[in-house]
Design a protein around this ligand. Structure first.
Ligand SMILES: [Zn+2]
Length: 262
């Protein structure tokens, strides 16, 4: 028997594309993650097409309690304006929160000023801080190494913990910060690439081996990942680590109750 709570506790992948070329060509979608946990819905990193992907999947923006941006890069924030507009029903209903690092809101804000007044408020993400929205709480344990101010998130909801390891160069702080039952990791490169501040498959393998989550899900694929078939890469990592590693697919819905099986 499936052990399902009435609301369902799910993470929907509205895209799996990472970095420029995958996103520019829309080889896979880039709409972010839609969380529905204990009845609270949150959109994380609404990249280009988030409005298209969410409406196509019958997810209703007016039900969102918040939008969270890990950082200001376009593949994570391009649709923040339209999604804020949708969350507030075109501005007719003041509603919902925006969470973002300070540099996404300062000299060249990613959100139009007129939309800010539609929101209940804006919270600035900072290293080591905790936040709560509805029935979900999360922390941004550590600032990532990336060209702009970037945070991943460690969520606690629906009796489970899961981490979203957003864009970063590898550093040991990632392994110290994201211990949880489920790890979602943005893995752009197949091979280590020390010129660019993104994770690679060897980095992901190291993080997964260190943190031993019940399930790890790879997403945010760059071109080299896509050409090598992420699901085969995930299968290889499962064999090498002895842990359950999956590759996200566009539209994939992960039910947190699955974590009870491991
Ligand atoms: Zn980035």
């Amino acid at each position: 028997m499936e052990n399902k709570s009435p609301s369902g506790d799910t993470i929907t992948f509205l895209g799996t594309a990472g970095a420029r070329f995958m996103v520019l060509k829309q080889l896979t979608a880039s709409g972010g993650l839609w969380l529905n946990l204990s009845g609270t819905e949150i959109l994380v990193d609404p990249g280009p097409g988030s409005i298209v992907q969410s409406t196509k999947r019958k997810l209703r923006a007016e039900k969102l309690s918040a939008i969270i941006l890990s950082h200001r890069h376009l593949d994570h924030s391009a649709d923040v304006n339209i999604m804020a507009e949708a969350m507030t029903q075109g501005g007719f209903k003041r509603h919902g929160w925006l969470f973002a690092p300070a540099d996404a809101l300062e000299s060249e804000p990613v959100i139009f000023s007129y939309l800010k007044s539609y929101l209940e408020g804006i919270e600035i993400l900072k290293e080591g801080k905790s936040y709560s929205v509805g029935n979900i709480s999360f922390t941004t344990p550590i600032q990532h190494i990336h060209p702009v101010e970037t945070y991943g998130m460690l969520f606690r909801a629906a009796g489970h913990t899961f981490a979203y390891v957003a864009d970063s160069r590898y550093f040991d702080g990632l392994c110290h910060s994201y211990g949880s039952e489920l790890l979602i990791i943005n893995v752009v490169f197949l091979e280590a690439n020390y010129q660019i501040d993104h994770l690679s498959v060897p980095d992901a393998k190291h993080i997964i081996t260190e943190l031993k989550p019940k399930v790890a899900i790879l997403t945010h694929f760059g071109m080299t990942m896509w050409q090598t078939k992420p699901w085969e890469i995930a299968q290889g990592l499962s064999q090498q680590t002895g842990l359950r590693v999956l590759a996200a697919r566009d539209g994939m819905r992960f039910d947190l109750s699955q974590l009870n099986n491991y």
